[in-house]
Design a protein. Structure first.
Length: 176
């Protein structure tokens, strides 16, 4: 668990497409985090993995989502470029917003920096997404939104009820 007093960089990870040779969405998320670690982006903490309905609601398969706190000497733009590089290594092709994907890595917060981008910090839609906020609370329960100052619990309480999220059965942590 990370306290807000430490330097915190938060990355969201998600997948809803299994890939032969890479595994299930949960395995893909875990492998992507291991790949980041092998690139010198140290994984300091990782949330439990959650199953989440697609947002916006669609007939896509459910996602597996988590959040990792990382440590790196990279600046925000360099880190985002590395996240996109890993997505491409795993076969992600960006065509449409909110489409099904083998891997999604998003820079959620870069130690409270507020920047119009690129990259836009904090992530512009993070406060509206249960699939970001619940796993974020696992790794940084004292986190506060850099723009609004709201705590993660207040943001979770304000989420619309149609965002369905549940712990991934059989997994206590994304590290398992």
């Amino acid at each position: 668990m990370i306290s807000r007093k430490t330097f915190v960089i938060l990355i969201a990870v998600g997948s809803n497409l299994p890939v032969p040779g890479l595994g299930t969405p949960a395995e893909i998320c875990a492998r992507a985090l291991a790949r980041l670690d092998s690139m010198g982006i140290r994984i300091a903490a990782i949330s439990r993995f959650y199953e989440t309905a697609p947002v916006p609601v669609s007939d896509q398969p459910w996602y597996v989502n988590g959040v990792a706190a990382v440590a790196t000497g990279l600046d925000a733009a360099e880190l985002l470029a590395k996240l996109h590089e890993v997505e491409q290594e795993f076969g992600r092709v960006r065509r449409e917003r909110n489409e099904a994907r083998v891997l999604d890595l998003d820079l959620i917060d870069y130690d409270g920096v507020i920047d119009a981008g690129p990259p836009i910090l904090p992530h512009p839609r993070m406060a509206e997404r249960a699939f970001v906020l619940l796993p974020l609370r696992d790794v940084a329960p004292g986190w506060r939104h850099p723009r609004t100052g709201q705590g993660v619990d207040a943001l979770i309480a304000a989420l619309p009820p149609e965002q369905v999220i549940r712990l991934l059965p059989g997994m206590v942590s994304g590290l398992e």
